[in-house]
Design a protein around this ligand. Sequence first.
Ligand code: CU
Length: 78
Amino acid sequence: MTAPEINEETIEIKIAGMSCNHCVQHVEKALLQTKGVSSARVDLASETAHVKYNASELSVEDLLKVIEDTGYEAVSAG
Ligand SMILES: [Cu+2]
């Protein structure tokens, strides 16, 4: 039978437009509420999000879109 496949990946995404801790919380919350994301840590000083996600369920493009939907700009991922 088919078990849900877990293909965990970690990526770093650069985010532009965050100015305070509230912004950080906003982005983190949006990522954590996304199905397939297991952890999300956003750092204001380096404007970077570290996201652990199930690559079988989500693509990098999906994650970038989640960030952009919060109103900030996802600059790059790698
Ligand atoms: Cu803010």
